[in-house]
Design a protein around this ligand. Structure first.
Ligand code: 13P
Length: 254
């Protein structure tokens, strides 16, 4: 199997931006730009408070709505948290797990990410598991070890029949929101290693079916080059997903 058999997946991560009214307006503006797209799947991961408005606004389009986080417990005394079944009931299809901002500001560990991935899958949500190295880790030449550990721990309990539902997003922390994109070759090198790690954990055919995204200052100008690489199956896009311009990335035609 090669790249052609994996459907490209372009996802936006709105982070802590947009009120429900703003979400509705932006999706309405994006919709006509996206309607022609056949070659890829589109996802918008939005703040919890925007989910209902986003699902309604995206109705009848090819945009799937995702969440940016969830808790691994089903219910209980976890003030301020949101469970997988709460998301599911609102029409959420994808959920970002372990974004570097959650790891950095909210102390999320690989173990916690692993539990979240499991619970998301059990509830029929598709996890987008984020991994990535810091600038120091890249400079000290430990990128591959760091990412292998993140993958191996977060996916340790995922069964072979479920792993194809997981999307992995490689997001070098130094490239997030900095305007400093990894070169297409740097991104390809890590994405290929991620696929190799999945092959080690499962098997070659399974690894060939798993989709791997790049994220970090990706935009309409640099997407084509990144997406031309054999192991980069999509993008996880922050800043550039907050504008209707997002449509240009999605409409990039290979
Ligand atoms: P930017 O595209 O703004 O660099 O953000 C990337 C990101 O963190 C997506 O999850």
């Amino acid at each position: 199997m090669n790249r052609r058999y994996r459907k490209t997946i372009i996802a936006g991560n709105w982070k802590m931006n947009k009120t429900p009214a703003e979400a509705k307006a932006l999706i309405e503006e994006m919709k006509p730009l996206l309607s022609k797209t056949k070659w890829c799947e589109m996802v918008l991961c939005v703040p919890f408070t925007d989910i209902q408005a986003a699902v309604k606004a995206a109705k009848g389009s090819k945009i799937a709505i995702g969440a940016e986080n969830m808790h691994f417990e089903k219910s209980g005394a976890f003030t301020g948290e949101i469970s997988a079944d709460m998301l599911k009931e609102l029409g959420v299809k994808y959920v970002i797990i372990g974004h570097s901002e959650r790891r950095q500001y909210f102390n999320e560990t690989d173990e916690a990410c692993g539990k979240k991935v499991q619970v998301a899958l059990e509830n029929g949500l598709r996890p987008i598991l984020c991994v990535g190295e810091s600038l120091t880790e890249r400079e000290q030449d430990v990128t591959m070890e760091v990412i292998r550990k993140q993958i191996k721990i977060a996916l340790q309990n995922v069964a072979v029949e479920d792993i194809k539902k997981v999307v992995i997003a490689y997001e070098p922390i130094w490239a997030i929101g900095t305007g400093k994109t990894a070169t297409a070759d740097q991104a390809q090198e890590v994405c290929a290693m991620i696929r190799h790690t999945i092959a080690e954990m499962y098997d070659e055919a399974t690894a060939e079916a798993v989709r791997i995204q790049y994220g970090g200052s990706m935009n309409a100008g640099n997407a084509a080059e990144l997406l031309s690489k054999p192991d980069i199956d999509g993008g996880l896009i922050g800043g550039a997903a907050l504008k209707p311009d997002f449509g240009k990335i999605v409409n990039y035609n290979k």
